[in-house]
Design a protein around this ligand. Structure first.
Ligand code: ATP
Ligand code: MG
Length: 229
């Protein structure tokens, strides 16, 4: 097993069969010890955060599999905080696709002159480039095409997949009286056949979820969702 990349919240290893192994760490994004799913720095370490993130990720990826949505998921070992995935190449140098159901986070910071906090948004999709140095700049469909990151056809595919997956997560959370405000995904092309699939993770670290109008921290979210599972 060869370590090929150390991310902020996961370490990536190459397995002998060509798959990747993602090891979920207890580091979470945020600033000055405060968790923020939109942050580009490791803000704090919470014991158990890695396993909790993986447990939720496994839960959602297995639901997606049942529904026939293409992902990189192979299997997961929660005790070891590891997930085996099919190797993919990312678009450009990495990109995030966000689906917004209510105005919070960076959307609210940017457009606060026109929206109120928590205002409902109709499955609004936007793309940001993974570029910590430039604070993950948002980019339009035209920009993605012009810079050779994503064709217009691929953008359509990703937008539709993003809304479909977002809706599935939203529906699962609603079963526990939790409301999804926003969620971010990563996509890639599988090395084996170039298919566009969902990669990375689906955990509390990638979404904002609320219960009774109160934001739910990732560890708490994992407990609420997995209760009785
Ligand atoms: N199936 C996959 N194939 C290839 N790369 C993947 C796959 N799934 C996830 N990744 C990549 O693995 C990394 C996961 O690590 P982590 O989430 O810690 O990184 P990050 O902090 O989001 O980003 P950075 O890359 O800026 O460190 C990301 O770069 C993600 O794009
Ligand atoms: Mg990440």
């Amino acid at each position: 097993m060869k370590l090929i990349y150390q991310g902020k919240t996961k370490d990536i290893y190459a397995l002998e069969d060509g798959n990747y192994l993602l090891r979920f760490k207890d580091d979470v994004t945020g600033e000055n010890g405060v968790f923020d799913p939109g942050a580009n720095t490791v803000g704090l370490t919470i014991e158990g955060a890695g396993k909790a993130g993986l447990r939720l990720t496994k839960f959602f990826f297995e639901i997606l599999k049942e529904k026939g949505i293409p992902t990189h998921y192979v299997d997961a070992n929660v005790e070891e905080a590891t997930m085996t995935v099919k190797t993919a190449t990312v678009f450009g140098k990495g990109m995030e696709v966000i689906c917004r159901y209510r105005a919070v986070g960076s959307f609210l910071r940017r457009y606060g002159m026109y929206v109120e906090e928590g205002q409902s948004l109709d499955r609004f999709v936007e793309v940001t480039l993974k570029d910590d140095e430039r604070q993950d700049p948002p980019i339009t469909e035209d920009g993605l095409d012009m810079l050779g990151i994503l064709s217009k056809e691929e953008y359509k595919t990703l937008k539709a997949l993003t809304q479909r997956i977002g809706d599935i997560v939203k529906e699962e959370l609603a079963k526990k009286s939790i409301e999804l405000y926003d969620i971010k995904f990563e996509f890639g092309r599988l090395k084996e056949n170039n298919e566009i699939v969902l990669i990375d993770e689906i955990s509390g670290g990638n979404m904002r979820a609320y219960k009774d109008g109160q934001y739910i921290e990732p560890l708490k979210l994992e407990k609420l969702v997995m209760e009785g599972e």
